[in-house]
Design a protein around this ligand. Structure first.
Ligand SMILES: Cc1ncc(COP(=O)(O)O)c(C=O)c1O
Length: 365
């Protein structure tokens, strides 16, 4: 808090609120060290970052993506007049199924837009192999994956470009904000023009850009949160481990498999699946009952994107059996660094009690 107020005074003294100010430059430098690259750009949010990535890379036609994600993933395509082609996900970690991706490729396909759902890494090698064989761009929506590493390598270094969201609900945030990390250094200039109306200099406009710049207040917030990132992650790890140990024995509560050894997770989300037959009540009933106890879980992601009114007209060839089942059963439990472990225990006790009551209710039926 004190450091944040000091930063506010600095902004005040600088008389510089936006347009590549000194705090933005500092934030970008610190992220460059964190991600071990200069090939990154900052934006006012993740959605616009993704839109600009697609525009800057001249993606067109059809892009294969997942229906089990936040709606912004598909919207970024639609805003660029690109048709999203939804294919199914894998049952364990809820990421896009590479076999389904390959089956959906047509002559109009130009890219794959995969999502590291809840920070679970996609099948990186399989997707890279498909992208290479079919000459497709590989774009990752890494909105949930800040700070993740695979065998010591930051997740941002897979694929052609990765988008990170710094929204306030994320493990790492700048109140609102977004970032692209990319492999081809030349893209930096293209993205920088696009986020600033296409201005090259005071009198030259080289592309029909938009306004997607991060401002100084956002950068200040990002700098502050970055300095606590490791601490936040450790706390969330303890919370996730407690949830796991308390819920793994509850009949009808399914947890994703434990973290793989080669992956350094960020513990940003705590997803569970509710199997009605074994748990006793449905996911929606559990969601409502938790709310009565002031426990605000989220049905994240439900409904599937292809079921939203604005996407229903799209042809979906894949029947999406896994995504449909998961969307009907998924619930993400509260997880944030100031959540007390005693509160996690209480939440787990409520869930266990609701299971027992559901059991009794079924016996009574
Ligand atoms: C998977 C996913 N993609 C995209 C976004 C959009 O990011 P933002 O809210 O920063 O625009 C979000 C988050 O909000 C998200 O969870």
């Amino acid at each position: 808090m004190e450091a944040f107020c000091k930063g506010l005074s600095e902004i005040w003294e600088n008389r510089w609120l936006t347009n590549n100010g000194p705090l933005l430059q500092r934030f970008r430098n610190r992220l460059g060290i964190f991600f071990e690259t200069d090939s990154l750009c900052l934006f006012n949010n993740g959605t616009q970052a993704l839109q600009i990535a697609l525009r800057g890379m001249e993606i067109s036609g059809e892009v294969i993506t997942t229906p089990f994600t936040f709606v912004a993933t598909a919207h970024a395509l639609t805003w660029n007049n690109i048709q999203p082609v939804f294919v199914d996900i894998e049952p364990e970690y809820y990421t896009i199924d590479p076999e389904k991706v390959e089956a959906a490729i047509t002559p109009r396909t130009t890219a794959i837009l995969a999502v590291h759902v809840y920070g679970h890494p996609c099948r990186l090698n399989a997707l890279a192999d498909i992208a290479k064989r079919y000459n497709l761009k590989l774009i990752y929506d890494a909105a949930h994956a800040f700070g993740m590493k695979i065998e010591g390598q930051n997740i941002a270094h897979y694929g052609d470009v990765s988008m990170f969201s710094f929204h306030a609900t994320k493990l790492f945030h700048s109140s609102e904000g977004g970032m692209l990390v990319f492999q081809k250094a030349a893209l930096k200039e293209t993205f920088d023009f696009l986020k600033n109306f296409g201005f090259k200099n005071e009198i030259e406009v080289v592309s029909a850009g938009t306004n997607a710049k991060m401002n100084e207040l956002q950068a200040l917030m990002g700098i502050q949160v970055l300095s606590y990132f490791q601490e936040i992650k450790e706390k969330q790890k303890r919370i996730a481990e407690l949830y796991r140990s308390r819920l793994q024995e509850v009949p009808g509560i399914l947890l994703p498999p434990p973290p793989c050894l080669e992956v350094d997770y960020n513990f940003g989300y705590m997803p569970i699946e509710v199997e009605r037959e074994k748990f006793g009540i449905t996911r929606d009933e559990l969601y409502k009952r938790l709310k009565e106890w002031n426990v605000f879980a989220r049905r994240y992601f439900y409904p599937l994107i292809c079921d939203y009114l604005c996407y229903r007209h799209l042809p979906v060839k894949d029947p999406l059996p896994v995504a449909r089942r998961v969307a009907d059963r998924i619930l993400t439990l509260p997880i944030y660094d100031s959540l007390e472990l005693s509160d996690v225990e209480t939440i787990c006790d409520i869930i266990r009690d609701l299971h027992s009551m559901g059991e009794k209710g079924r016996v009574g039926n």
